[in-house]
Design a protein around this ligand. Structure first.
Ligand code: UDP
Length: 568
């Protein structure tokens, strides 16, 4: 069992460890990992004897307790409990009828209650002001229903452990698109929704050519308004500049690699964008901590291979022992068996190897590492397919007839917002946000203080450690202005805002090339960035085949989650 950081222990005690009725702890972190390993290994009994179950239980425990691989939060929180809803990601349909809308709202509430996040595409709803045939009233439109969903989410805390997260998408040809893009409540973005515009290749081409763009009624299919594509584009960019919302999902790019395209196009993703899903599908995630794989000046590829294979088996088992909040979700999820294996600790791995994040060397290594993870995860899923059978819809998938496959998708790069703190490493594929920072609002108002241990370790290794260097770094959250530090040293510790946005995007794209689902990544921009800078990033993201893109300009939200520096 590896050592847990103080922050990890606090989070585990607050939200992950099982408690009795009086709030007393019923388990230790070690017992939590045993609970999860035991529960997930139980799936083995369907295909093999108790020996196999015991063998895999030990392997799962070792990976998790040594912080080498962690599943998404709902699996850690709920496995082996009566509410073992283990997936983080769901997509639900929003039909153009009152009963359809409220049925979906109910299902979403149940998903949130058990720790999952939901994504919706609201484009099937008729526009605001549209006449309602049967009683002469007029329709509220997607934007007002999104506000309703936001309000409802606020009321359902995720098992008292976290607030529900949502993704709301509206397609760029919906008549209410401008209202959606400008959506604010009291001048602020919604509390519990990420908003993204569903964009097509045709729209991006229209923006490039400064052409007209038609807004289409979702029911009749006829154009009801024509305007310049750039008018919508500018509003999207302006919104993103002001608040980070809306982001974009590139629907055509998503469907070009949709393995189940014969079942229809994907219209939505989960809240953070890393999993495009069909209606009612859920996906469970897990992430490998790359910072644990550095061996000297290289990587331990054999250990990484073994870890990928065990992790794929773990995630496939989760589908088996999962308790789904709704029968339609159960059916859709089991039929395609999508899993999302990803990575965290990427920035820390680069630091260990003394490679600056903003370098071609880092981008090339990203492709090599993720290419390896992708290939091995496909191999692992194929082997599971031979052992346990293909997923139910396999014959309608791109893998049929030649490639045995247990899971319709294998890879997603999640934000790892909490599990990276548990693993005490950098989140996902993001650069370090700061070398010292306070994390606010994670635990309802409490502040968590973090100083990057790797920074201290490297300083000592290089014989550079001094209290003065530490103090200066802690004040600014960065070492870029610290005198007496060699340039090379400073370059490997550059933080998110000191890295040019183009390198953020290059990393996203490098990882996306080897990710069958999608990559959740924030392109951080300094406060001084202009709307044109955002437009350029969004355009490049489309050309380079990102599946979605989100930017965040520093200091544009009153309640940011991360703040740089301790003393600042
Ligand atoms: N998620 C959620 N509520 C939250 C955070 C995350 O529902 O407060 C869901 C959402 O679908 C997100 C996914 O979990 O895309 C993965 O997020 P992350 O990797 O940050 O979760 P972790 O496993 O670290 O808690």
């Amino acid at each position: 069992m590896g050592n847990l950081s103080e922050n990890a222990l606090r989070i585990l005690q607050e939200r992950y460890l099982l408690k009795d009725k009086n709030g007393g702890l019923k388990e230790s972190p070690k017992e939590m990992f045993h609970r999860v390993a035991r529960s997930v290994a139980k799936a083995e009994s369907k295909w093999a004897g108790i020996e196999s179950q015991t063998k895999w239980e030990k392997k799962f425990f070792d990976l998790m307790s040594n912080l080498i691989f962690l599943p998404n939060s709902p699996t850690l929180m709920n496995a082996g409990t009566p509410y073992s809803q283990l997936s983080a990601c769901f997509v639900l349909p929003v039909k153009d009828s009152l009963s359809g809308i409220f049925e979906t709202l109910k299902t979403a509430a149940l998903v949130h209650q058990k720790g999952g996040g939901t994504g919706f595409n609201f484009s099937h709803l008729r526009p605001a002001g549209d006449r309602l045939s049967h009683h002469g009233g007029s329709a509220s439109g997607p934007v007002s229903f999104i506000k309703l969903f936001d309000f409802a989410t606020e009321q359902v805390k995720q098992g008292g452990k976290r607030r529900g997260a949502n993704m709301g998408i509206l397609n760029v040809n919906h008549p209410d698109i401008l209202e959606f893009v400008r959506l604010r409540v009291n001048g602020k973005p919604l509390q519990n929704f990420n908003l993204s515009v569903g964009i097509t290749h045709a729209f991006m081409e229209a923006v490039e050519k400064d052409a007209d763009w038609e807004l289409i009624h979702p029911n009749s299919g006829s154009a009801i308004r024509k305007l310049k594509a750039r008018l919508i584009w500018d509003a999207i960019v302006q919104g993103a500049w002001e608040s980070g919302n809306p982001g974009i999902v590139f629907l055509d790019t998503i469907n070009e690699s949709n393995p189940m395209i014969s079942m229809g196009a994907i219209e939505a993703t989960n809240p953070c964008g890393e999993v495009p899903l069909l209606d009612f599908e859920a996906c469970n995630l897990g992430s490998i901590n790359l910072s644990k794989f550095v061996k000297g000046t290289s990587l331990d590829w054999d250990f990484l291979r073994e870890t990928v294979h065990t992790a794929v088996r773990f995630l496939d088992n989760v589908i088996e022992v999962n308790k789904y909040p709704d029968i339609k979700i159960k059916k859709a999820t089991i039929a395609n068996r999508k899993i999302g294996l990803g990575v965290m600790g990427w920035a820390e791995m680069l630091i260990q190897l003394s490679i600056p994040y903003d370098s071609e060397e880092a981008v090339e290594l990203a492709k090599k590492v993720m290419g390896f993870v992708q290939e091995e995860s496909s191999l692992a899923s194929s082997r599971l397919g031979e052992e346990r059978g293909n997923f139910e819809n396999w014959e309608s998938s791109i893998y049929s007839p030649n490639q045995v496959m247990r899971n319709a998708t294998r890879i997603s790069i999640a934000p790892t917002g909490t599990i990276s703190i548990l693993a005490d490493t950098s989140s996902s594929i993001e650069p370090l946000f700061a070398l010292a920072y306070q994390r606010r609002k994670v635990l309802d108002g409490q502040n968590l203080t973090s100083i990057n241990e790797l920074f201290i370790k490297k300083l000592k290794e290089e014989g550079l450690f001094s209290q003065e260097i530490l103090d200066q770094t802690m004040t600014n959250g960065s070492c870029s202005k610290v005198e007496n530090l060699p340039e090379k040293f400073r370059s490997i510790f550059k933080t998110a805002l000191e890295i040019d946005p183009i390198w953020h995007l290059k990393h996203q794209i490098a990882f996306q090339q080897f990710t069958d689902n999608a990559v959740s990544k924030t392109v951080n921009l300094p406060n001084s960035a202009r709307p044109e800078d955002i437009a350029e990033i969004y355009q490049l993201a489309w050309k380079w085949k990102a599946k979605g893109i989100t930017v965040f300009r520093n200091d544009t939200r009153r309640e940011q989650v991360l703040y740089k520096g301790i003393k600042a």
